[in-house]
Design a protein. Structure first.
Lengths: 116, 113
């Protein structure tokens, strides 16, 4: 089946620094990828839609200058958490739909960010 | 908009026990309904889905029926195995490029031998 990878799986950083998370579709091309955030014992919350060749679309309440998204190619989207603060600590998950596979999302394993 | 409420865990069962994880949804229109499973260290994987009322999704011995009258999509398995230990997420909405999916909080299942 289709595989989506994320890197790194875990990152710890100091407050005020920026952190980049990569999401790759390994065996298929994805013109669209999605970024989610998950707080402990809570739902996955859709943050933004990453579009290859155009600007990302952000959900209401998500700061686009805080969470920079770049869809550099048909297999790579990056999420950069800028000037991270402890409240940005969370589990970040990306997903990508398989072209022609309506309703089916393929998820990455997630990245746990801890901001000290 | 769509939202999903699922049974809080954790759930601990003995091998061969019957499993039910409750899930209810609110939605405008008729969303597709999904169960995803996340094994330790891995991404969410689609377990089963149903796209319209009275549809039954099934996979690996798991089943769930799209109940419009009770707005529910409860996950069941007649006899769980240790290898079923994972976190299960209920979701509703559309997937694909027009993603408006909403997820439940997840239910952690542990099956003991």
């Amino acid at each position: 089946g289709a595989v989506v990878s994320q890197h790194p799986s875990r990152v710890i950083c100091k407050s005020g620094t920026s952190v980049k998370i990569e999401c790759r579709s390994l065996d298929f091309q994805a013109t669209t990828m999605f970024w989610y955030r998950q707080f402990p014992k809570q739902s996955l919350m859709l943050m933004a839609t990453s579009n290859e060749g155009s600007k990302a679309t952000y959900e209401q309440g998500v700061e686009k200058d805080k969470f920079l998204i770049n869809h550099a190619s048909l297999t790579l989207s990056t999420l950069t958490v800028t000037s991270a603060h402890p409240e940005d600590s969370s589990f970040y998950i990306c997903s990508a739909p398989l072209a022609g596979g309506a309703d089916t999302q393929y998820f990455g394993p997630g990245t746990r960010l801890t901001v000290l | 908009g769509n939202s999903v409420t699922q049974m809080e865990g954790p759930v601990t069962l003995s091998e061969e026990a019957f499993l039910t994880i409750n899930c209810t949804y609110t939605a405008t229109g008729y969303p597709s309904l999904f169960w995803y499973v996340q094994y330790p260290g891995e991404g969410l994987q689609l377990l089963l889905k149903a796209t319209k009322a009275d549809d039954k999704g099934s996979n690996k011995g798991f089943e769930a029926t799209y109940r419009k009258e009770t707005t529910s999509f409860h996950l069941e398995k007649g006899s769980v195995q240790v290898s079923d230990s994972a976190v299960y997420f209920c979701a509703s909405g559309k997937g694909g490029n027009n993603n408006d999916m909403r997820f439940g909080a997840g239910t952690r299942l542990t099956v003991k031998p």
